[in-house]
Design a binder for this molecule. Structure first.
Ligand SMILES: Cc1cc2nc3c(=O)[nH]c(=O)nc-3n(C[C@H](O)[C@H](O)[C@H](O)COP(=O)(O)O)c2cc1C
Length: 184
């Protein structure tokens, strides 16, 4: 299995946690900043896991990423900024650039603590866009919480991200992909 993880903005830790789980399953995994993807990034992949921070109740935009970048540079911030994430394209622009997807897909986000109805969840829009492009959805979206003031992941959320990644590896969608490849 060759999954590809696509990440955005300050999600390095979360994406790496999901990716670690894959490595433990001895699958090939790439964790890629969305600003560093190219048109062929998904060629040969069985699964794309796309994630981004929740900004103004949904996926980030250029202006919100700039604000996030400024905040990450402030003393006391624990947010881990992927280089160039505040100036390059985000997951919204990447999804808009995609053609037809022949892979399984899953979405994740980070967001503030609180009821999703108040905070929003970027992963819901990411999942919708992946499905619109034809991806077979492998799992319900993962949503991982950050502290409001420091931007750090709330205690226990890295483990939750790992567990979510582990559940992804058992998705029926992926078993189907392995079978199809063996048959061809
Ligand atoms: C401009 C901006 C808008 C945000 N809007 C929301 C929001 O509507 N809901 C939410 O849960 N978190 C919101 N956040 C917090 C981010 O979700 C949180 O900081 C993020 O998950 C970590 O990545 P980031 O630092 O790139 O924002 C916002 C953060 C910024 C900088």
């Amino acid at each position: 299995m060759r999954p590809t993880l696509v990440i955005c903005a300050l999600l390095l830790l979360t994406a790496l946690a999901v990716g670690q789980t894959y490595n433990q399953q001895e699958s090939e995994v790439s964790v890629v900043a969305v600003s560093s993807t190219d048109a062929h990034i998904l060629d040969g992949a069985d699964l794309v896991v796309a994630g981004g921070p929740t900004h103004t109740h949904g996926m980030s935009r250029p202006g919100t990423r700039k604000m996030a970048g400024k905040r990450a540079g402030k003393p006391g911030s624990e947010a881990e900024l992927v280089p160039g994430a505040d100036s390059g394209p985000g997951v919204r622009e990447w999804l808009a650039s995609l053609g037809r997807l022949e892979v399984a897909g899953a979405a994740f986000d980070t967001r503030l603590q609180g009821l999703p109805g108040f905070t929003g969840r970027a992963s819901k829009s990411i999942r919708r866009h992946l499905a619109r492009h034809g991806a077979r959805i492998a799992a319900s979206p993962g949503s991982f919480l950050v502290e409001g003031l420091t931007g750090a992941l709330v205690e226990g959320e890295l483990e939750r991200a790992r567990a979510w990644g582990e559940r992804l590896t058992r998705s029926d969608c992926l078993r189907g992909a392995a079978g199809r490849r063996q048959a061809s």
